[in-house]
Design a protein around this ligand. Structure first.
Ligand code: NAP
Length: 298
């Protein structure tokens, strides 16, 4: 297909998809409650008073309750010591009412985020950041996987169908929370995967070869129209707050206005963003099911 100026990329409506996913989760929770007599529970731990983190945690709490799950919120003082935080995680690891645990990042500088994440029981690690879960994903046996790339994967399959085999996926960004797990999920789906990062010499040329282009760099408007192959599916993970004209606007990593020749693209906001919390609750349900299946099998 040529670059037809009359073609318009379809919008991938992550907001709508997330709303429907949350409805499915809610009805699954009701059924599981009847079957097992237990309500899935998610514990979220916030240390300190970072305003953006506080907004995320409040939103997670609201949506957990709306899905019919139990929400356990722990807001700890910024001076909380590593030992105090680890002691709380020990209690949550042992608590049968808690199926998922999330520690909101970033943590205050005196705390070691790696030690904290590794202290979470991998069976309750609904962020999918524990090395055991990262290893399971890397070896093609995923258990609990990071929420943002999981959401991207759901949107890609909704757009392209379940079978992504043989497609060339290019991912911009190689962070542990988005780019790297995204590359592994797409490899597990039998895509040919290229990862572009800040040291890549020919990013535009590599991106232009992509059937699937996932961008998670945190650089506003990095990906221009001529980086996108006509007919490609573009997932923009970037969330960049731009101040100007006395107001602040959120924009993505892709120059959205130049992407009309893509087959489909996620808008920012309203694309990947709303999927992340929905996937967190989906992971909590996965952790709950795994616990009860294992308990039933024992
Ligand atoms: P990060 O940890 O800062 O990683 C950014 C990655 O992009 C790095 O691998 C970096 O390369 C690469 N990069 C930076 N500049 C680049 C350039 N000019 N060309 C090519 N690659 C470049 O960020 P992150 O946590 O993965 O997040 C990425 C973006 O997604 C952010 O805007 C963040 O706000 C957003 N995000 C959204 C959600 C959501 O929708 N719910 C969730 C998480 C993140 P190097 O490794 O070489 O430094």
């Amino acid at each position: 297909m040529g670059m037809d100026r009359f073609t318009r990329a379809a919008n991938i409506d992550g907001k709508q998809f997330a709303t429907e996913l949350l409805e499915r989760i809610k009805s699954d929770v009701e059924v599981l409650k009847i079957e097992t007599g237990v309500v899935p529970g998610l514990a979220v731990v916030l240390v300190g008073d970072d305003p953006a983190s506080a907004v995320y945690v409040a939103s997670k709490h609201r949506q957990t309750i709306a899905a019919g799950m139990k929400s356990f919120e722990y807001r700890l003082a910024a001076e909380t010591t590593q030992d105090e935080l680890l002691a709380l995680l020990d209690r949550l690891n042992a608590d049968p009412e808690v199926h998922g645990i999330l520690v909101q990042l970033p943590l205050p500088a005196h705390l070691d985020p790696n030690a904290v994440v590794q202290a979470i029981n991998p069976d309750k690690d609904v962020d999918g950041f524990h090395v055991l879960n990262a290893g399971c994903l890397a070896t093609g046996n995923p258990a609990l996987v990071p929420c943002t790339p999981l959401g991207c994967m759901m949107l890609l399959k909704d757009t392209l169908g379940e079978n992504l085999s043989g497609l060339h996926a290019v991912i911009v960004g190689k962070s542990n929370i988005v780019g790297k797990p995204m590359a592994q999920m797409l490899m597990n789906a039998h895509c040919t995967v290229t990862v572009v990062h800040s040291q890549t010499r020919n990013p535009a040329e590599l991106c232009r070869a992509a059937d699937i282009l996932v961008v998670a760099a945190g650089r506003p408007g990095l990906v221009r129209g001529d980086w996108i192959k006509p007919g490609a599916v573009v997932v923009d993970v970037g969330i960049n707050r731009i101040e100007g004209d006395g107001k602040s606007t959120i924009i993505g990593d892709v120059a959205y206005g130049e992407a009309g020749h893509a087959r489909a693209i996620t808008p920012v906001p309203g694309g990947v963003g709303p999927m992340t919390i929905a996937c967190l609750l989906s992971n909590t349900l996965t952790a709950f099911r795994r616990r009860h299946t294992l308990a039933a099998a024992a």
